[in-house]
Write a protein that binds this ligand. Structure first.
Ligand SMILES: [Zn+2]
Length: 156
């Protein structure tokens, strides 16, 4: 366990978890810092994590996390969203009711919700666990380059 990973430190508090996701600039093209943090977090949680770099920009990568080891065609239930946000980066703020800033809704709210949901399902409905996965892609906000790579790869 690496407590320098802010996501691991906030794993039981979805508000803090979301604020930590939003505190990292992952504007399209700059997804790798957030990607590495999420990859490390998911591995710490016990997921099997596969990264899929873009052939043209290998520092940018999709994240596929499954509870059971990944065997094509993969899990039957896949939660999908994206790592990138539109520019410019706006750091997170909050009040008693809302969280504001880039990615609060599109799409770091989804990342936080999907991660917390899948962990709850695995814990409470373990029979489903082997059929669950997360797919977080890069480049959704402009050219969809992450998703294009995901579904053109052999055995995708
Ligand atoms: Zn979007």
């Amino acid at each position: 366990m690496n407590n320098s990973n802010s996501l691991i430190a906030s794993k039981d508090d979805i508000e803090s978890f979301l604020m930590n996701l939003m505190s990292i600039d992952s504007t399209t093209g700059k997804e790798w810092i957030l990607g590495n943090l999420i990859k490390e977090f998911l591995e710490d949680e016990g997921f099997n994590v596969t990264i899929q770099p873009l052939p043209s920009e290998t520092n940018r990568f999709n994240i596929l996390a499954t509870w059971s080891p990944y065997i094509p065609p993969g899990p039957r239930i896949l939660f999908n969203t994206h790592l990138d946000t539109v520019p410019p980066y706006i750091p997170p703020t909050k009040n008693e009711e809302n969280i504001y800033g880039r990615g609060a809704n599109d799409a770091k709210g989804q990342i936080a919700s999907q991660i917390f949901a899948i962990r709850k399902i695995i814990k409470e409905m373990p029979a489903l666990a082997s059929n669950l996965g997360l797919l977080f892609v890069v480049g959704e906000e402009n050219r969809h380059d992450g998703m294009k790579v995901r579904y053109t790869e052999k055995n995708g």
